[in-house]
Design a protein around this ligand. Structure first.
Ligand SMILES: *Cc1c(COP(=O)(O)O)cnc(C)c1O
Length: 391
């Protein structure tokens, strides 16, 4: 079955539910058992790895609907839902790291994931090394006897470097490492991490899975080998997500393919238009042929989402404000993946440690929503006029 079909069918059970199309919203804490025997049977089944309703926190058919849809699309063995994308990132790491271990994580990682490493992981005695996202096979030189996890995110947060994931996973597996990837940018549709050798895949479902800017949720999907450790750790931390939010995510994912194709098409059209503007120094979008990671993107990804950055020719902060403050269709905000267009100013120099980022050319990150491309271009054109007047 193709992905478009899987998105419609996976994780749904109308026959088991009076013909209702979507999974019902089960609100549950207590689960009642009719007899001691039934109680003991359920708990034995659970201990044997079967999926049974045994306690509210441990999942219901609402949760499984989303988890199964993600697994069908992304690959891997099973998926665990988390209350936010960041909770998915931090819990994935906690499941596979212990005191004395060494973590290799990309210097281009999502900022709050980095904060988690620098605060919580270091406090618990985990050694953390950031690596250059362009390192490729050179990752071998950074692997120590105590290295246990390689954490990849591609393209890079805000800066959009691509990584040679098949090479990284090959080297890492040679040394017995677990490889995890934050796959939020591509969504489960446009990158299949398990085909690239990844063991654990993370989604901030908040973004494209939900797709409507109104729910926080995360997922972690793992191979059969990695699943027990993930499940045990998430269970020990009491990780769960509210059933209404899970419901909205499993509802959102049904339309992911049509939404994402439009985000891709409009994103590329606008990225190309921006590239032709005299105010723009460069556009950082892996689907553009002159992007340094374009060949890797073409080889490993099935499409592009609507998120990319550009670097402006050096200009004052006032001129940038004149450009973005009065945009009518681009909101200024961080969490992307909804139907609306967004822009934010970013400065990677402030957090990078393994690589140097030159911020002479101010970085703007765009999310291209589902508005008509002509309208978005008109809005940006007027913005550039304001920038030029304020310069
Ligand atoms: C947004 C985001 C997260 C965190 O997701 P939240 O749901 O906002 O906690 C993690 N990784 C990436 C790449 C993201 O873009």
């Amino acid at each position: 079955m193709r992905d478009e079909t899987k998105l419609v069918t996976a994780g749904r059970d109308p026959e088991g539910n009076f013909g209702v199309v979507n999974a019902p919203v089960y609100h549950a804490s207590t689960i009642l058992y009719p007899s001691l025997e039934a109680l003991q049977k359920t708990h034995a089944a659970r201990a044997a790895g079967e999926r049974v309703v045994s306690y509210g926190r441990k999942g219901t058919p609402t949760t499984w609907s989303l988890e199964d849809a993600i697994t069908a699309l992304e690959g891997g063995y099973r998926c665990q839902v988390f209350p936010s994308g960041l909770a998915a990132c931090s819990n994935a790491m906690m499941a596979f790291l212990k005191t004395g271990d060494h973590l290799l994580i990309t210097d281009s990682v999502y900022g709050p994931s980095r904060s988690f490493c620098d605060t919580v992981l270091r406090r618990f005695g985990v050694e953390v090394t950031y690596y250059d996202p362009l390192i490729g096979a050179g990752i071998a030189d950074l692997i120590q006897p105590n290295t246990t996890v390689l954490y990849v995110e591609a393209p890079g947060s805000q800066t959009f470097e691509m990584q040679d994931i098949p090479t990284l996973t090959e080297v890492a597996h040679g040394k017995g490492l677990v490889v995890m990837m934050d796959n939020t940018w591509a969504s489960p549709l446009f990158c299949k991490p398990f085909d690239l050798g990844v063991d654990v895949s993370i989604q901030a479902g908040t973004k494209y899975v939900v797709g409507h800017s109104d729910v926080m949720i995360g997922t972690v999907t793992a191979t059969k080998e990695c699943w027990p450790a993930l499940e045990a750790s998430a269970g020990a931390f009491g990780q769960t997500a509210g059933p209404d939010d899970v419901y909205l995510a499993q509802r959102g994912i049904r339309t992911l393919s049509v939404r994402l194709k439009q985000h891709m098409e409009s994103g590329i059209a606008i990225a190309e238009w921006l590239k032709g503007r005299p105010e723009v120094h460069s556009v950082l979008h892996p689907a553009l042929p002159d992007h340094p990671g374009h060949d890797i993107w073409k080889r490993d990804f099935l499409g592009a989402s609507g998120l990319f950055s550009l670097r402006l020719n050096a200009v004052s902060k006032d001129a940038i404000a004149a450009f973005i403050d009065d945009l009518e269709l681009f909101g200024m905000g961080y969490s992307w993946g909804g139907y609306e267009s967004l822009v934010v100013l970013a400065d990677p120099t402030s957090y990078r440690t393994a690589t140097h980022w030159d911020n002479t050319n101010p970085l703007l990150r765009f999310h291209i929503g589902l508005e008509a491309v002509d309208d978005l271009i008109g809005d940006l054109s007027a913005g550039f006029d304001r920038l030029n007047t304020a310069k």
